[in-house]
Design a protein around this ligand. Structure first.
Ligand SMILES: [Mg+2]
Length: 128
């Protein structure tokens, strides 16, 4: 069974870049969502193993979506990596405080860092 990864990001270019990187890293069942509302619905329907969660999004932002997911029975075990903007100092600690497991600064350019985080959080290696 492939690990299920949900990429939540309103910026289509950023979303595509991250999906592209993930496909280079290994074989995953990758789903996409463009805002927090879609992410919450996706978790309700079929919880992924891990979520990359952009924080600033329309409709419902990543902060609210993370809080809601953590309140769901099926959402507690989901690993969440917050996607933070480099200009937003303090978001990293805040993301951890609301229930994210880790954070990653955008733009996501270094596949090794992504690989390490995936390995640590869901045990997914390059060969997964
Ligand atoms: Mg955004």
């Amino acid at each position: 069974m492939l690990k299920k990864i949900l990429v939540v990001e309103d910026n289509e270019d950023n979303r595509r870049i991250l999906v592209y990187r993930l496909r280079k890293i290994g074989q995953f069942d990758i789903r996409e969502a463009a805002n927090g509302q879609q992410a919450v619905e996706a978790v309700q329907q079929d919880p992924p193993d891990l979520i990359f969660m952009d924080l600033k999004m329309p409709v419902m932002d990543g902060w609210e979506a993370t809080r809601r997911i953590r309140q769901m029975d099926v959402g507690r075990a989901v690993r969440i990596i917050a996607l933070t903007a480099q200009a937003m100092a303090g978001d990293e600690q805040k993301a951890l405080s609301i229930g994210c497991d880790d954070y990653l600064a955008k733009p996501v350019v270094d596949p090794d860092i992504v690989r390490q985080k995936l390995e640590r959080l869901i045990g997914a290696s390059a060969a997964a």
